[in-house]
Design a protein around this ligand. Sequence first.
Ligand code: NDP
Length: 494
Amino acid sequence: MEHKKVEDVKLYIDGSFVDAGGSGYFNNLNPFTNEVMNRVAKGGKTDIEKAAHVANEAFQNGPWGSMKQKERMAYIDRIADLIAEEVEEIAVLESLDTGLPISQTRKMVSRASENFRFYSRMVQSRMHGDAYQVDDEFINYTVYQPLGAVGLITPWNAPFMLTTWKVAPALATGNTVILKPAELSPLSANKLAEIMVRAELPKGVFNVVHGYGETAGDALVKNDKMKAISFTGETVTGKTIIKNSADSLKKTSMELGGKSPLIVFDDADFERALDAAVWGIFSFNGERCTANSRVFLHKSIEDKFVEELRKRVDKISIGDPMNPATEVGPLIDKGHFDKVTGYIDIAREEGCEVVQGTVPGAMKAGNFVPPTIFLNAKNNMRVCQDEIFGPIMSVIAFETEEEVIEMANDTEYGLAGYVWTNDIKRGHRVAQAVDSGMLWINAQNIRDLRIPFGGMKGSGVGREGGHFAILEFYTEPKAIHVALGEHRIPQWGK
Ligand code: NDP
């Protein structure tokens, strides 16, 4: 399949596409061919300082900080419309950059447009304070105000969707933004910058600084002008960012890794549970934070379920991400491929039977790992404890509800969880007992934009999504106390 030529990518600061202030470019590879696709401006501390200055100015002294809500929302709606017009173009870039199948990136990009529409509605309907009457003496009320300039740091696994998930509420609530995209997936961030140009967003309101996490990302986290950092990525990076943001006492939001359980009881709808288990780990090439990487099967259905899983992995379509029929594409890069395949060796050493699909011979240049199942896994094995972040499902058998809850919770993570049973009481009981931020009963991962998104334990701190993003993260609540009468004031020293 013919692949589109991709232009070099610059930084976007103060409404202009610019070179990095001194450190040149790095290469961006196509995960399907491992050939250099384009070059990316390598931003560093000076670029972050420049962007922080303009983002802060745009908030303090530009039109954005004082703009009427209706006018601001017109920009947000316009951005949504422009994304919707360019779904195909952005989806193609995203698939080239990440190896995610085009049928999936099309859906993600449409969702990205909806993120802006949703936050336009949400800010208009929910960004308001409360009033607290205190008898006839006081009225207290709250207002929610934007923070100022905020830093958004995103991973490579679903770049455009995750970026808009942060940019939309940040801008809609009136903040200005510096985005630091993952170095492995820089393309769609610049597409978003182009959309901001077309939407005629005031200069300095949205900025993109590409570069390495340890340099550009680190400088963003430590920059005094940044009022908050919203981060999505690995748990270990999240810990570093929290530590590094402490000196400037920034607000941080952490969406981190996962090792989510999917539990199938013997009374579950077998076929639907099977479909959900397969889709939940192999979609997004398995590079999905909420993937059901641990599948717990009740002993009495284990053999039959495993037999069906074996058939499914054999038939999943592996191929060129640009082919609409492809279900699983190549992993993001060679480094990640080595990490994921390393776990296949570990699984064998730990005593699992490894069942895999087959990568077609013509695909050998790409970072392909076929859909893989680790059978006879035990929850305490490394392959059941570490986040592998690839198309790999560990299958663990259980006998009782208590035992499976204990195993589901015996992990550092707590992002998502899935329970399959037709016993309604048990469904709720188990969902409430599993320590995860998000649980689904008899459902795959379908998420209404209004619900809180995030994890507990090693999977995150704080929640974004819905009104949580606007009221709990991207704004500061301010309480204003008004005396209505002549309440008593101590008259010291009178
Ligand atoms: P990383 O943590 O490696 O990187 C995420 C971002 O942080 C990148 O932009 C990276 O830059 C940057 N970064 C790295 N080090 C620093 C630093 N010291 N200071 C500031 N920024 C830094 O995550 P991945 O990109 O590997 O993404 C995969 C991970 O994301 C998985 O663990 C996955 O579970 C998680 N994730 C969580 C989600 C959730 O909502 N809970 C959703 C999606 C993914 P660079 O690219 O240059 O390294």
